[in-house]
Design a protein around this ligand. Sequence first.
Ligand SMILES: [Zn+2]
Length: 272
Amino acid sequence: MFPYYEGMGRVYSDKELEELKSKEENDIIEEKELSLEECKNVIEKHNIKFIEEDLKVLDLKLLSDNTKQFDKLLNKYPIMKEYIANKNMHFGAESFANKSTVAAFRNGLDYKNLSIHLSKNKYSSYDSFIKMEQNEVYIFHSMPCADNMLSVYSITHEFGHFIENKFIDEYNKEHMAEFMNMKTRALNAKTISQSKKIFKDWEKKISNEVADQIYDIAKSKNKDFKFKENLSEYGKINSMELFAETFANMECGKPNELGEAMREFLKRKGIV
Ligand SMILES: [Zn+2]
């Protein structure tokens, strides 16, 4: 710091100040590591079940960082705390059938039983986890992410799915007849995979509308906005991954134009 005299140029631009602010927010991860017991207490105070027998096999530093990030996001978005008050939510770990899966958010067919699960395999070593996430960012399979946020990029992505699930849930309630109709079709489908597809298509339709709104915001801020250059490869899979990736980008210290559009979108929706 040094004195400011009238007429002097600014030391930091608005953009730099924003970066410093998000760096400060992100420094929470650098604090002391939580024990397994402390992680459990942090999660359970949010009325979320901590599946200790599965989570205890994870690398403790990764579990600690991810617990802190989950806690930080819930505190930052109190509307999500309210949302889970009348749901059953689990925080756990599993061995995914698909070996490349890092983490998963699930909402159950009734949108009542929610869970976030981390991969037992991927989260077993801190160093290899960071290397993997670093590489994902480097090849733009994941969105830009600050170095000190790599350990929590994936859980932040899942938190994005969690927020979008709230939009879908609300949409279902507002379009009850249509929703019930879809559900009947899904339950009467010949195979489980057909049934799953009917559900997925329904959610994608709602998610497409959400993605369009985020895109419109980005476009209104910069008419030359390039969608492809701002969205990771993973985000290009479908509009639900777009949402989760954009949310992770916004929260992980290096927001691009899409990340900034997400911030504006959540503000307009009253989420933050
Ligand atoms: Zn995802």
